[in-house]
Design a protein around this ligand. Sequence first.
Ligand SMILES: [Zn+2]
Length: 345
Amino acid sequence: MLITTLHGPVSTPVFMPVGTAAAVKSLSRQDLEQVGAQIILANNYHLYLRPGSHNIKRLGGIHKFMNWPHPILTDSGGFQIQSLHPKITNEGAEFKSHIDGSTHFLTPETATQSQLDIGSDIIMAFDHSIPKNASYEYAKEAMSRTHLWLLRCIKTWKQHTSTLKLLHSPALYGIIQGGEFPDLLRESAKFVVAQDLPGIAIGGAVIGSNPRQTSETIAAVRDLLPKNLPLYAMGVGTRPSDLINVFKAGANMCDCVAPTRLARAGLLYNSESKNERIDISKSQFKLDQNPVDSQCDCTTCRDYTRAYLHHLFKSRELTYYRLASIHNLRFTFKTVSIFTQTQAV
Ligand SMILES: [Zn+2]
């Protein structure tokens, strides 16, 4: 599937590296292009607080601001706010900033407007993300609220897009929320599909944390979703095999902080290791002259040894973070591309 955006096409299945605050940590635009990133994700919650969505707009939009001329998707902030113990009502979510403790109130209207100001290509509806182990009653209430909020997001999005030619309008994706309950997931899927949006996402804690549960959750709704629309599984990709499983289950897009976050913690993907990664901090790598992964074609594996990366990690050299992130992201993209090729045969 080819997704068209204001900043070029995205071919699926696609993994999106996370650049929360308009930066994929330690990597430049050139690094991202070289590892194979087509589209990156930025976070509305973080950018709304700092530097401020209105300031990004004044600076010409996020693409110009961060010098990334390719597609960008912004998460609405619903998921991030959930971890701040917000006060949620049907009107919106009140939360305290993780930066300075100041109180903020995001509504479907302001969360949508903020993403429009940021200038991303794909904006996400503001949702009430359902946490792990939520009761049926909680999940049902959050689902209904997510639906009400979706209608309000659509209204704000349409007001904005009606002033622009269609070619200059960002896409809005609705989010399915139903927790771990198949009947709620199906009800939510039907509601989101009925809104006739350019893309559909599935979110909440049931997506991403456990590969089997993620696949089961997608399977519960896949037959209800139009085959010609992208399905975005939010927050999937801790292990490279998670990507294969989620794409096999029927998703076309996913994102995860894991490849870069694990890299910074010393955990580097490896195709021969039982748990798909090695811990470069271990002393067994001190004199190891092999690359991180013998099959990987990234510049880190081409030019540097495990012994050098072990040394950089132990010394907390800044160079380590870049080299490690390049490897984990390239390994991730290679996994997706091998899967795509096997599907095409
Ligand atoms: Zn590599």
